[in-house]
Design a protein around this ligand. Structure first.
Ligand SMILES: CC(=O)SCCNC(=O)CCNC(=O)[C@H](O)C(C)(C)COP(=O)(O)OP(=O)(O)OC[C@H]1O[C@@H](n2cnc3c(N)ncnc32)[C@H](O)[C@@H]1OP(=O)(O)O
Length: 414
């Protein structure tokens, strides 16, 4: 364990520390919202998983927490994952090793709970690689011109799209049930009671001048076949109204639902552009006649850290049989370091065991995390010098086996 610097101690956090937690939060994330306003919102924290760092005088100067994703989707399976979140260090106490000590604490506690994997969204991409987190998924940020042409999909006219103000009580069950039905690695769902309670939280201070959160509900014969959370912000320019639609979360169950939903979102009156972030393979990317006009921009999505390498590797499924020896480097969790033989059978199931056999490939646990959800190819990591092939011909079958037919990604930031 990395010791805390002198003068600090790790403590459990509980709901009676809410005011301290929110005060620290406003120091770490200068969002301009008062602690009193934040205190009125339902907290998404599972308090038994929240830990703080106190200075000598008892002030809370750093914290981290994790969301319990008991059923986190990975290729072909579901795995208990600790979703690292609410990481913050007071700026007056930064760069003294508090985050490093908190990461050690997070790793030990997650392993103690039997969670072989941790995942997160990074506030800044430069922070977490050093702790063995790899960029496991990307998403696309699109800025689509209003009225952009979409290809036709038969049956789209049979889907009715209703626009409503998001109302937690009325929408939470059906919307989250549809969300949980998506089969995509990395697609975390709001499993805990606290995350469900916080769903749709929409204080005015978070809206940046835009309207309250709306929901577009796509229905066929009365059944929900898709939804999108969105809000509009108007802008009156000399050339005319040029408002922006911000689309936050889109789920559709079939192509006609996707065509109908995007057709409505892309054609709202007084709007000029639609800003959406979507999985890299979202139906919209293929429906747009002119994808270039949407100015697609790639951004990092979920980051993954394998805490227990053999358990994590055995828990997912693989796209093809393979027999490969991986030499894994892990400076933070020595139990993961060394040679692992991964043998995948015809059903895509792996057995993973320590071996004395010579390594086929060498890589850091960070790269293994990047490849874990099937979206980052071991071959492309090798091309960047991050995976080393010792036995010619070993890389290609390993890269094929670790890949997956659905790109990973998560539709909301946790
Ligand atoms: C999953 C999430 O919750 S993401 C949210 C993360 N939180 C934020 O971004 C809020 C604002 N920032 C902060 O609260 C803090 O600056 C933190 C949490 C990012 C870092 O905390 P610190 O206690 O300063 O980090 P610590 O001193 O342990 O640094 C550990 C290492 O990370 C590096 N590091 C820390 N922050 C950053 C950063 N923002 N960018 C690049 N490197 C960083 C340090 O230089 C150090 O490197 P070294 O090991 O080579 O010496």
């Amino acid at each position: 364990m990395t010791p805390l610097p002198a003068g600090y101690r790790l403590v459990d956090l509980s709901p009676d520390r809410l005011h301290d937690v929110l005060t620290l939060d406003t120091w770490a994330f200068p969002q301009g919202t008062s602690v009193a306003t934040l205190a009125d919102l339902p907290s998404p924290l599972t308090w038994s998983r929240a830990r703080g760092v106190e200075a000598d005088d008892g002030e809370l100067v750093a914290m981290h927490a994790s969301y319990p994703f008991g059923s986190f989707p990975v290729p072909g399976a579901r795995v208990p994952v600790a979703g690292l979140t609410w990481v913050g260090v007071h700026p007056g106490h930064r760069r003294r090793g508090l985050l490093r000590a908190m990461i050690d604490d997070h790793v030990a506690r997650s392993l103690g709970r039997g969670e072989p994997v941790s995942a997160l969204f990074a506030a800044e991409p430069a922070i977490y690689g050093r702790f063995g987190y790899g960029r496991a998924a990307d998403d696309l940020r699109l800025t689509v011109p209003r009225g952009a042409a979409l290809r036709d999909v038969p049956g789209a006219q049979d889907v009715r799209v209703r626009l409503e103000q998001l109302d937690r009580e009325r929408h939470v069950d059906q919307v989250l049930a549809l969300h949980a039905s998506v089969d995509r690695p990395g697609w975390a769902t709001r499993e805990s009671a606290e995350l469900r309670a916080a769903f749709g939280t929409d204080p005015e201070a978070f809206r940046d001048g835009a309207e309250p959160l709306r929901v577009a509900l796509a229905e066929r014969d009365g059944d929900l076949v898709g939804y999108a959370l969105f809000r509009r912000k108007e802008a009156w320019k000399p050339e005319g109204p040029r408002g922006t639609v911000r689309v936050r979360e889109v789920v559709t169950t079939d192509p006609a639902a996707a065509r109908a939903l995007w057709g409505v979102l892309l054609d709202l009156d007084l709007m000029g552009t639609v800003e959406a972030w979507v999985p890299v393979d979202d139906a919209l990317v293929h429906l747009l006649v002119d994808v270039r006009a949407a100015v697609p921009r790639l951004a990092d999505n979920v980051w993954v850290r394998l805490l227990d390498v053999p358990a994590a590797l055995a828990a997912r499924r693989y796209a093809a049989p393979v027999d490969v020896v991986l030499e894994v480097q892990d400076a933070l969790v020595p139990a993961n370091a060394g040679r692992w033989r991964v043998t995948v059978d015809a059903t895509g199931t792996a057995s993973v065991e320590r071996t004395d056999r010579a390594a086929d490939l060498t890589l850091d646990v960070r790269e293994l995390g990047a490849a874990y959800l099937g979206g980052t190819s071991l071959a492309s990591l090798a091309a960047a010098g991050l995976v080393h092939e010792h036995v010619p011909g070993a890389l290609a079958p390993a890269a094929a086996a670790f890949g997956w037919h659905v790109p990973p990604g998560c539709g909301w930031v946790f």
